[in-house]
Every structure is written in C-alpha cells, then in structure tokens.
Ligand binder design. Structure first.
Ligand SMILES: CC(C)(COP(=O)(O)OP(=O)(O)OC[C@H]1O[C@@H](n2cnc3c(N)ncnc32)[C@H](O)[C@@H]1OP(=O)(O)O)[C@@H](O)C(=O)NCCC(=O)NCCS
Length: 334
C-alpha cells in the first residue's frame, strides 16, 4: 500500500497588535479605499517589542499544534521552517523553534522560497514521510515581514503583515494527504522582487542603511502580472492532470498576496468564491504564514476526503500548486 503524507493537525499564531488601514493613512500618502479596492486588505497584525523575532510566532504556532493533536514534542522527527525573515542569518529559525518546544529528537532546518516557501516546505516534508523515513514532521510557515518593510513606501507597507502557522504531517495508506505537486522557479524574477542588502553580495554597511536597502523592493505591477498568470496556470494544470473538475474541488487554498490575484486564480479554475479560503482582509500578506493561517481559519469547515488545491506565487520567482486530500474532520471545539 502506498504511503502518503497527510496533514493531521494545524496550529496558528498572529501577534496582538493590529495595524489598520486607518493607521497606514497617517504614515504614507494613501487612502483606506485605495488599499481595500486594490488589495482586499483591511488590517494586518504586527509583532512589536525588542528582540522579538519570527521564532516567537513559530513557537506559539507549534505549541498550539502539539496541544491540539495531543503530540509529544519528543516524538517529532523533523521541523522545517519556511521563512524569509529568519531570527538570524544563522542558526536556522527552525532550530530555535525546535529547542523552545522541546523537540529533542528532531533535526530542523529552514527553507527559503519567499511566498512559496511554505508550499515548497510542505512538499519537502512530505517526501520524508512518503519514503517511510519518518512518521512525524512539522512544517512551519512564519514571517515577521514588518522587520523588512519600509513604512515610508506606500506600495509595499500596505500589503505585508506578521504571522505564523504550522502543520503536522503523518503517514497514511488511505489515499489521503499530498497526492500531487507542481513546483516552479525562475531566477529571472529577481529584479522585480528582492531585498537589496543584508546578504553576502551586499553585506550591511552605513551605505546600505542610508540607502534603505534592507527593505522589500517590489515592482508591484510586474509581479502582479506574473503572479496572476503563473498561479492560475499551475493550479489549473494540477487540476487537469488529476482529472479534477471545479465540482470535485472542495477548497482552493491560495497564497494571500492580493485579493485580485486570488480572484483571477479561482476564476481560471472555475471555482466559485464560496470555495476559496480568504483571510487577506485580516492579515495581509504574511508571506510563509498565509497558507497555514488559511488552513487554521477554515479547519472547522474541512472534512475528511475534501480535495484541496493549494497555490502560491512569490519572490524568485517561485510558484506552484499542490493537490491534497484532507485527512480528518475537525473536532467540534475546533
Ligand atoms: C502592489 C500592488 C497592490 C499595487 O497595485 P497596482 O494596482 O498594481 O498599482 P501600481 O503599482 O500599478 O500603481 C498604480 C498607481 O498607484 C499608486 N500607488 C501605489 N501604492 C499606493 C497606495 N498605497 N496608495 C495610493 N496609491 C498607490 C502608484 O504610485 C501608481 O501611481 P502612478 O500611476 O501615479 O505612478 C499590486 O501591484 C500587487 O499586489 N502586486 C503583486 C503583489 C504580490 O503578489 N507580491 C508577491 C509577493 S507574494
């Protein structure tokens, strides 16, 4: 019997502070109406406080996941953290999370694929399960985007927020879990979405600081165009090659970058808005947090056997789509 990797639980965390569109209007030249109509975002959560890194949110999401699934931290084999805003250049944020939650047996590492990172990490974690190598893998998606956002740049500061989510992967032989994937990268996308300094090519210096080079740089309209086409195409391809019609799809789980990109993807798939997970209005784009935060928010509506199509697009460029069959009915309290 073929082993597949099923998601058997979800945890999530967003920080308390809510940055509203109203507050953004006081920071940059914009309007609440522009932000909502062009992006669908009403508010985002921001992690405040000295010395608070991405791991703070990842730890909370994993702790919730362990509690909800009744899993002992010592039984975890592997923790992968997808993040674009690690606590430190090294060691990995996954190591920090792992130590904090007491996952003593686990090995852990980070993955970086910008907004597609969680999806890539989920596919990677699933391989360790499918091969029979491990039985309990946690995949975390976490970002403190506010740490690399220029709050004087109106074209980016309105979009991003902070948050984290985590899923537990376990083996099944019931035909549930991750069934197909198509993951893509094109490094020619670099000029349109990147952070100019802070890496090995351009280490931090007085000049990079003065030039505001440690923030997200985005040519929004170009990224938008690529995102709409690639995310919609790949999701449609994954449906087609699995002989799934729109009727067969219970949920589209899209990366939450812009509501207009999500609408275009759903339209291309022929899936109505009632089947589209959406929380961008509450969280903005939390980069690696978006997909697990969606799964957490919609967990109570998911049923065993539901066909889910996950789709994402991000810096790199990176993009792709996963087809998975949901593995459990949520408990009434969830
Ligand atoms: C960033 C984004 C919201 C901008 O929306 P847009 O409709 O593409 O807007 P444009 O960038 O073409 O800019 C149109 C105008 O709005 C202005 N504008 C940009 N941000 C603004 C804001 N917050 N308030 C008011 N006006 C703004 C621009 O300056 C531009 O003005 P101009 O025509 O006078 O130069 C949109 O491009 C987007 O979502 N891009 C993709 C984001 C994404 O998917 N990122 C991937 C990471 S996962």
């Amino acid at each position: 019997m073929k082993i597949t990797a099923a998601i058997t639980g979800v945890g999530a965390y967003v920080p308390d502070y809510v940055l509203t569109n109203k507050e953004l209007v006081t920071l940059v030249d914009t309007t609440e109406e522009w932000i909502v109509s062009r992006t669908g975002i009403q508010e985002r959560h921001i992690l405040k406080g000295e010395g608070q890194g991405t791991s703070v949110m990842g730890i909370k999401a994993v702790e919730q996941l362990l509690a909800k699934t009744g899993t002992r931290a010592e039984d975890i084999d592997l923790i992968i953290c997808a993040t674009t805003t690690p606590d430190l250049v090294f060691p990995a944020t996954a190591n920090i999370i792992s130590a904090a939650v007491g996952a003593k047996k686990a090995f852990s590492y980070d993955m970086q694929a910008a907004c597609s990172g969680f999806m890539f990490a989920l596919a990677t974690g699933a391989q360790f399960i499918q091969t029979g190598t491990y039985t309990k893998v946690i995949v975390v998606g976490a970002d403190k985007m506010s740490s690399i956002i220029d709050y004087t740049d109106r074209s980016t500061c309105i979009i991003f927020g902070d948050g984290a989510g985590a899923v537990l992967l376990e083996p099944t032989t019931d035909g549930l879990g991750l069934l197909d994937q198509q993951l893509c990268s094109d490094g020619n996308g670099e000029p349109f979405l990147h952070q100019k300094a802070g890496g090995s090519r351009r280490p931090p210096s007085a000049e990079t600081l003065a030039g505001r080079e440690h923030f997200v740089y985005q040519e929004g309209a170009t990224v938008f165009k690529f995102a709409v086409k690639n995310m919609a195409d790949v999701a449609a391809q994954v449906m087609e090659r699995n002989q799934l019609t729109a009727n067969d799809v219970a949920w589209l789980v899209p990366h939450q970058a812009n509501k207009r990109i999500i609408d275009a993807t759903a339209h291309r798939m022929g899936v109505g808005p009632e089947k589209v997970m959406l929380n961008i209005h509450r969280y903005g784009n939390t980069t690696n947090g978006t997909i697990p935060l969606c799964l957490a928010d919609y967990e109570s509506q998911l049923h065993k056997g539901d066909n889910l199509i996950i789709a994402a697009f991000g810096g790199g460029f990176t993009w792709g789509s996963l087809y998975l069959k949901w593995a459990y009915d949520a408990k009434p309290s969830q």
